[in-house]
Design a binder for this molecule. Sequence first.
Ligand code: GRF
Length: 188
Amino acid sequence: MKKNIIVLISGRGSNLKSIINATKDKNYPASISLVISDNKNALGLRIAQNNDINTLIVEREAFTNIYSFEKNLIEKITFHSPYLICLAGFMRVLSNKFIDKFRGKIINIHPSLLPKYKGLNTHEKAINARDEYAGCTVHYVTEQLDSGKIISQQKIRIEKNDNIETLSKKVLEVEHKIYPEAIKLLLS
Ligand code: GRF
């Protein structure tokens, strides 16, 4: 029996797509019961709909404050009682209350070799620092940004002629591999 997970997105949804593709294997331990976006224009919503997955738009602007926004989010998520809440390009920092409610169940993919380069512009930072390697990390979400326990990580070499664009493309390919694998690892 597959375990249900919820994916939270804000945009393009390429990681969502890689998870959806993985769930199509009958031996994969997870299925997606709901995709939530905080942006009604997120491309990922269309990807979910094209794959007959329930979607929900919960936009911050529709609520008077962050607490009522998250209260709504928590209610919707609790209704599905997911095994995991997978952030995939979800561009919002979650409050302590939210994290506490689902502690140990919220995971995220981040495009750097954490603990290096938390936050945004990770590829630019790696190139500017003349790092030999870049990569991506799947980790638990805790109160501190991009600081939760690491679940899996993969590195790739930064070539001399790499720029932000080429590097982000290479790292994204690896993200699409390790995120579905990490979910499988956690639910098997
Ligand atoms: C990815 O690079 C992910 O690591 C970061 O946000 C980006 C989301 O891309 N957290 P997509 O929406 O999955 O295509």
